[in-house]
Write a protein that binds this ligand. Structure first.
Ligand code: FAD
Length: 501
């Protein structure tokens, strides 16, 4: 009966599962990843992630590797009407944006997943078992038992773990086991996704992504990486899905930009874009992350980004609970914090979907007039606040992501903080906190950064505060003007019941 009990079983080795495996590997937790497929999912999916997500990859020690397979997109995304006039632009910032990198990065999802999986190989504490389908899970007081089928031999076995994270995608078994309902945000629309490889440069194709808001046939076209280009094409009433993916249909659809002589088809597939969010991301030892917890249409390029934010939020909480620095209830703050944040992005993607997917010509004319075609409105990604959880403060910037300044010594802030909590502030104020606060900081390995660094001092000055407490996922736990306020914020840090004062 001496079977191994893993700290965490990660179900699913997509971007959510692979990123979580890297983060938990860094924490040194004993993990097993169970993935039913033999290979990385080959069909076209994500091509964009944002600067905050690059910071998670950086924390995982993978920024340099990710940079080799991605490119910064500095000119954002343009929403054009049928006449080619720009209505709206989602902006792009340069390589020194608020996160210490560009705000938009483009990539080919299978290549990114390859980098993430290679990263996992660094950790002896993480076992990856592919072609292993989890068929059922049973919980008990000590942990969970996963019944697993070997996809090659058909043999069945089981795995024990203290927690199970369902990173098992949109059709999640874990979500079904949790019995979670879904909030439906209303958008469900089939789109054809069509990837090509250019044979040579096509100067007419722009560097930025274009949402071609033509009521006759809404489309998106994007520069991915290298010679890869993507078209996403909305299905219209009467379209035959089987015919839509055939070359004789595909080429005429993209003929305003491309001819068969200029490119070869890589893949064409129809997806139905959804906008839903699960209600109930945790029950006992089972939790959800990524597409298992939420799905969003890709008009903002944020579905996978939300998945990566989920696991960045969850990883440090799992570590704190599994190592006895926090009670299990800390894991409930995962959904309460993340669900409203993910929802803010889904709602914006649905709003943009309404703009793009307008098929009534009169409504399209009214839309164009409203956006004053030719004088585009520029917007950036929102920075929503987390829902209720491990933070204290009435208003932003508390519960928002903290920027990543470059420090005077040439390092970036995240390199200094690593996997820990951090307090940045006036040295005198930091020395005045209570012994209880000091003890709590010690328990959490709090990184203390005096505000002698000009970039940190500048941020504190702008916010008119003397100190800021950051969590390991770089969200702001609180800002303080006095040692007493710093003591109060510190009391919201995770703790075990006995040490609550
Ligand atoms: C056309 C399109 C474009 C997109 N563009 C973007 C974009 O630009 N930017 C962006 O951020 N997002 C984008 N997305 C969304 C993004 O692809 C997904 O959000 C992301 O793949 C979700 O990752 P995940 O790890 O949660 O799930 P998945 O990638 O679906 O991984 C789930 C894994 O779980 C495994 N699994 C399932 N059940 C079991 C089981 N019982 N046992 C073992 N293993 C199991 C599966 O085999 C799979 O490998 C796009 C999606 C589409 C369809």
């Amino acid at each position: 009966m001496n079977e191994p009990v893993f700290d965490v079983a990660i179900m699913g080795y997509g971007p959510a599962g692979a990123t979580l495996a890297n983060l938990l590997g860094l924490y040194g937790l004993a993990c097993v990843v169970l993935e039913k497929d033999a290979e990385i999912y080959p069909l076209p999916r994500a091509i964009h992630f944002d600067g905050e997500v690059m910071r998670v990859f950086e924390t995982a020690g993978l920024r340099a590797a990710v940079e080799t397979i991605s490119r910064p997109g500095l000119t954002g995304m343009h929403f054009n009407n049928a006449q080619g006039e720009t209505l709206l632009i989602r902006g792009g910032t340069n390589a020194r944006g608020p996160h210490g990198c560009a705000t938009n990065h483009y990539f080919h999802q299978p290549e990114l997943e390859g980098v993430l999986r290679q990263g996992v190989q660094r950790f002896d504490c993480v076992q990856v078992r592919q072609q292993q389908e989890v068929e059922s899970i049973e919980e008990d007081a000590q942990g969970a038992t996963l019944q697993v089928k070997d996809m090659q031999s058909g043999a069945r076995s089981h795995v024990r773990a203290r927690y199970v994270i369902g990173c098992d995608g949109a059709r999640s078994l874990v979500r079904k086991l949790l019995g979670s309902g879904k909030t439906d945000l209303g958008l469900h629309q089939p789109w054809l996704v069509f990837d090509v490889r250019l044979k040579a440069d096509v100067p007419a194709l722009p560097d930025h992504t274009v949402q071609h808001c033509d009521p006759a046939r809404p489309m998106t076209y994007c520069n991915v990486t290298g010679n890869r280009r993507r078209w996403e094409i909305m299905l219209m009433p009467g379209d035959d899905p089987a015919k839509m993916v055939q070359p004789e249909t595909l080429w005429p659809l993209v003929s305003p930009w491309l001819t068969p002589a200029q490119a070869e088809i890589e893949r064409a597939v129809i997806y139905t874009f959804h906008s839903t969010i699960a209600q109930g991301w945790r029950r006992g030892r089972l939790l959800l992350a990524g597409d298992a917890a939420h799905q969003m249409p890709p008009f903002l390029g944020q579905g996978m980004c939300a998945a990566i934010r989920d696991v960045a939020n969850l990883a440090w909480k799992l570590d704190a609970v599994l190592r006895g620095r926090a009670n299990e209830e800390l894991l409930d703050t995962y959904e309460s914090e993340r669900a409203p944040h993910a929802r803010a992005f889904i709602e914006l993607a649905v709003t943009l979907g309404d703009i793009i997917q307008t098929t009534n010509p009169q409504a399209a004319r009214e839309r164009d007039a409203k956006f004053k075609a030719g004088q585009p409105t520029i917007f950036e990604f929102p920075t929503p606040r987390l829902g209720p959880g491990v933070w204290l403060g009435e208003a932003a910037p508390v519960a928002q992501i903290f920027p990543q300044p470059e420090l005077q010594d040439g390092r970036w802030l995240d390199q200094v903080i690593g996997l820990h909590f951090a307090v940045l502030g006036d040295p005198e104020l930091l020395s005045q906190v209570s012994p209880e606060t000091r003890q709590l900081w010690q328990i959490h390995g709090m990184v203390v950064c005096p505000s002698t660094d000009p970039n940190i001092a500048a941020w504190l000055k702008t916010q008119q505060v003397a100190a800021v407490v950051l969590r390991p996922d770089r969200y702001i736990a609180g800002v303080a003007r006095s040692a007493a306020e710093l003591d109060e914020i510190s009391r919201c840090l995770p703790q075990v019941a006995e040490s609550v004062h």
